[in-house]
Write a protein that binds this ligand. Structure first.
Ligand code: DHB
Ligand code: MG
Length: 225
């Protein structure tokens, strides 16, 4: 198989499993399609990745989820469904335009009551959560501007306690993650976050590469001992 044929096959396999195992309902389809109107079109997770995030939330028994990077709220909907009616998702978004789109998607999905959307720079929003001694989060998903990954991980560590799960999206970037001198601040952000995890005495972690409708990328999954 050449490179093009392999990416077509990745898509076909994603579509096959998504159709059987994790079909989207209309609220998810609307949210995913509205991603095209955001400042970062097509950056939302794939349907089967959204399902993975939901399953990890349930496997972890997470009731409180913190998300960096809302965009149209596609992954937020997966999290909000997974935490159940007594759970809460706090999601952080920089852009007013994206926040407006996300809010409409949460209303449409009937989930607005369990989602708190905080608009502004995520480092400021998390500092307010830290200052107000908000209840710790059980699961954190870091999926915003990649150069800030180390700052977001630092905030995540202040907002979690033992047993918490921390997931970081887009850590492979077509394999560029292995280049120490890529000159790409997004790659630097991933590598700096990996270094923080490696040096942290309480974090167990692994990284998994993914292929599919989103190309070649991957996730770091970490857990606080
Ligand atoms: C980018 C960011 C994302 O969160 C994503 O899922 C895909 C791409 C980006 O910064 O290019
Ligand atoms: Mg992402």
């Amino acid at each position: 198989m050449n490179r093009y044929e392999s990416t077509v096959a990745w898509r076909e396999v994603d579509d096959y499993f998504t159709e059987i195992l994790t079909p989207e309902d209309s609220a998810l389809i609307v949210a995913r399609e509205s991603g095209a109107e955001t400042t970062m079109p097509n950056a939302e997770v794939a349907p089967n990745q959204g399902a993975l995030l939901g399953l990890l939330t349930q496997i972890a028994g997470a009731r409180r989820v913190l998300e960096f990077g809302t965009l149209a709220g596609y992954s937020t909907i997966w999290f909000a469904r997974a935490v159940g009616p007594d759970g809460q998702v706090v999601t952080l978004e920089l852009e007013d335009k994206n926040a407006d789109i996300a809010r409409a998607n949460f209303d449409n999905a009937g989930l607005a009551d369990r989602i708190d959307l905080l608009v502004g720079p995520a480092t400021q929003s998390t500092q307010q959560l830290i200052d107000s001694r908000t209840e710790p989060f059980d699961l954190v998903f870091i999926d915003a501007d990649k150069p800030s990954n180390p700052a977001y991980l630092d905030a995540a560590l202040k907002l979690t306690t033992r047993g918490a799960t921390i997931i970081i999206d887009n850590v492979v970037r077509d394999g560029k993650v292995t280049e120490p001198d890529s000159g790409d601040p997004r790659v630097d952000g991933v590598r700096a976050a990996a270094d923080i995890i490696a040096a942290h005495p309480e974090l167990d972690a692994t990284a998994i590469q993914t292929v599919g409708v989103k190309g070649w990328d991957g996730l770091i999954i970490a857990r606080r001992r």
